[in-house]
Design a protein around this ligand. Sequence first.
Ligand code: ARG
Length: 398
Amino acid sequence: MDKCVLAYSGGLDTSVAIRWIAEKYDVEVIAVAIDVGEEKNYEAIRAKALLVGAAESVVVDAREEFCRDYITRALAANLMYEGRYPCFTALARPLLAQHQVRVAKERGARFLAHGCTGKGNDQVRFEVTYAALAPEMEIIAPAREWGMTREQEIDYAAEHGIPVPVGKASPYSTDTNLWGRSIEAGVIEDPSQEAPADAWEWTAEVADAPAEPVYVKVDFEQGVPVALDGEKLSGAALVGRLNALAGAHGVGRIDMLENRLVGIKSRELYEAPAATVLLEAHRDLEAMCLDRETAHFKPYLELRYAELVYYGLWFTPLREAIDAFLQQTQQRVTGQVTMKLYKGRAMAIARQSEYSLYDYSLATYDKGDLFDPADSPGFIRLWGLPARIVGEVGRKKG
Ligand code: ARG
């Protein structure tokens, strides 16, 4: 019998998909779930896939891999799509698809499947990754094919003995990993209205945030955060701890309209406390350690990088080439940044680095100044020469 490897979340859609694919395509379905820090019960998810009819169920703990291969690169790229979205969903999809493809190859599967609808970005991210890593495999996208409403899905689940979530369904659709949490659907789809308070789970309302700030020192080694307040931590532990700490101070709420790859504008709510703190700290340390020309050039590539990640083009030569450049820039981004978390803000308030290019004796207006102002007139004469020539010609011509 042919095999199909499905990206499994444990939710209703992908649970229904297990049965639906097995019946419609007459295949064995292998479920693959990956833990990228969603804090779900993965043992229960593994069991559920088998219960609803998967032939095999695989769970991969990919939290440290997500930090090492994706979040680290996101930081090097100061990754923000449209200036505000830290791309956590966009980063996790290629990793999930990558593991799915690995399992599919190990089992000799013919099909790869995901539970995405036909309106979002995620379908693109999955399928482009499949195309890049396993062009020979065929793709099944049940949620795009079956055309069931949520009620019909629940009926289907009931008929097939698939457990249906009990209690009042959440009015929102959320997606979570270490790098952030998204909230969509329901009343959020009206961008003229303030987001309801119950949409937020990771971040305190600023009014309710502690009256006193908290300070946290972040150590970076070659652009990678490695310690908080001097304590060495794994990537996942460091990010997890910052999510809790900064979230309690209301840091990392994002409410934005976003341009999807498929052409739709959507209103998105995001909570990304750790990402907000680390991106700000990282940018601050770069300001100290990068020479001016690199610092001014790098953002052009960062802009492109954000598009590539958002557009699902992770496994492409251009992304790898830009990464090589970004990695080169991180060699001296080593040092410590003190962040102040207070009433919704994460501000770098002090920084130090063995690679600091800040030179007190050049910068100071006090005594001990080594900058020779006598160098300036000649420099300005040449710097302004083109402007002077244009000015002279303009004067002669009236
Ligand atoms: N708009 C974000 C993105 O496209 C988050 C999407 C999260 N929603 C989802 N259904 N996966 O990356």
